[in-house]
Write a protein that binds this ligand. Structure first.
Ligand SMILES: Cc1cc2nc3c(=O)[nH]c(=O)nc-3n(C[C@H](O)[C@H](O)[C@H](O)COP(=O)(O)OP(=O)(O)OC[C@H]3O[C@@H](n4cnc5c(N)ncnc54)[C@H](O)[C@@H]3O)c2cc1C
Length: 387
């Protein structure tokens, strides 16, 4: 590879970067996809981490935000295509239940109609009647998407995107990128696997956007440090709760809003169910973010977070639990930056907590932009531009 100049180098083998590489390679572009793999031991890892190092993320199309609904609708056939192409199981169609304010349910019902999703709406009483294992908040109506929703396996999604990119001719390199510099009409990438050159570079580095010497380290983005609680269930409890969809509960009191990932069998035979909450956003340096990823998350919030699930699922019996840290990256517009940072370097950064379910659609937007294709009229490009 020494001496070779790629047409495009994508930095970050995560959810959005791998998709971008795939779409570029499918279009005949000579692509380098370079990024670090998941750490073997996160507590001792000294490089970068990722937002997708997990086995479940909520997937749904129905959304109070029409841009997100459009993107997830766009991603669904891409996910099915990736599954067929690679044999990876990405989407687990267990359905999604969203409980929240009536005004937002009404907006979601409109997106349900526009996109023909076949959702069901429930009054608060109907939610309790329909989902008998739950004790939902008495004042929240709901909307339920039965197909094309549930949860995705983000690791499988990334593996499939990477495999599809490779099948289409992408060169994939496992390396830490320390610098991305424009030099002599090209861009040089200094990495732990040596130096590479490309005509254009896409930075898709997730929460580590400010790592190293790259044009993205000037971006003023915030991050949310999140703690997910993994509950291990007995076989009987897993059977009792087997039909549960993925669930989001959005209450007026932000501290009582949470999401639930239903029981999922693990390769080691255990069954795990997860609960998470969204906390405030802040500015953190790459080394502070790395410290968070090496930690066990916010242990002070753990009892409250556990109680949310115990209140929601009465008589829940768990064999044990553990906490895991993660980080989401945010912009002011609430959407990723898909825009130039310099003449030759662009960004595909900041999933804003929603990029897992529509990563391929976001990667496609970034790829098509580089290919000079028109931006889709259904979504406002300004939302994706650099401030
Ligand atoms: C707890 C939690 C729950 C979430 N729940 C949902 C959900 O239910 N639904 C949903 O849609 N989304 C959810 N998200 C958000 C979703 O996971 C992220 O938006 C998505 O993973 C972002 O993808 P990305 O490609 O931007 O970043 P990442 O997946 O983090 O990928 C970035 C990649 O870049 C690599 N990298 C970074 N810097 C360098 C460097 N210098 N050199 C080499 N490689 C580098 C990293 O190793 C990583 O592989 C959740 C996130 C968290 C943390």
């Amino acid at each position: 590879m020494a001496g070779k100049t790629f047409e495009v180098a994508v930095v970050g083998r995560g959810m959005m970067g791998s998709a971008c590489a795939w779409f570029l390679a499918e279009a005949g572009v000579n692509v380098l996809l370079v990024g670090q793999s998941e750490p073997v031991d996160r507590k001792k890892h000294d490089g970068v981490f990722a937002s997708h190092h997990d086995d479940t993320r909520i997937a749904r199309i129905v959304d109070p935000n029409p841009v997100k609904a459009w993107l997830s609708h766009r991603a669904l056939p891409q996910i099915r295509h990736l599954e067929n192409l690679t044999g990876e199981k990405i989407l687990h169609d267990v359905g999604h239940l969203w409980l929240g304010p009536a005004e937002e349910v009404a907006v979601m019902a409109a997106s349900d109609q526009n996109l023909n999703l076949g959702c069901q709406q429930f009054s608060p009483e109907e939610v309790a009647q329909e989902f008998t294992a739950l004790s939902p908040p008495a004042d929240l109506p709901g909307i339920f998407q039965a197909t094309g929703a549930g949860h995705i396996d983000p690791r499988a999604y990334v593996r499939a995107e990477g495999a599809a990119a490779e099948q289409a001719g992408t060169t994939v390199v496992d390396a830490l990128v320390g610098a991305v510099k424009e030099q002599n009409g090209n861009v040089t990438l200094e990495t732990s696997a040596g130096e590479f050159a490309a005509q254009r570079v896409v930075l898709a580095t997730g929460p580590f956007f400010a790592y190293g010497d790259t044009p993205a380290n000037q971006l003023d983005l915030t991050v949310g440090t999140r703690t997910i609680i993994h509950f291990e269930l007995s076989t009987e409890e897993a059977q009792r709760l087997a039909g549960l969809p993925s669930i989001i509960v959005k209450t007026e009191d932000k501290d009582r809003s949470f999401y639930v990932l239903p029981p999922k069998p693990q390769p080691d035979g255990r069954t795990i169910m997860k609960v998470g909450i969204t906390r405030e956003r802040k500015h953190l340096s790459p080394s502070q973010i790395a410290d968070w990823f090496r930690s066990d998350g916010d242990l002070a919030m753990e009892p409250h977070q556990k109680q949310l699930l115990f209140d929601f699922i009465p008589n829940l019996k768990v064999l044990g639990s553990r906490t895991a840290p993660c980080v989401t990256t945010y912009t002011e517009t609430g959407h990723p930056i898909i825009d130039n940072l310099t003449d030759r370097v662009s960004a595909l950064i900041a999933g804003n907590g929603y990029a897992a379910k529509c990563a391929s659609a976001l990667g496609e937007l970034a790829a098509n932009r580089l290919l000079g294709k028109p931006w889709p009229t259904e979504i406002n490009q300004q939302l994706f531009q650099r401030p």
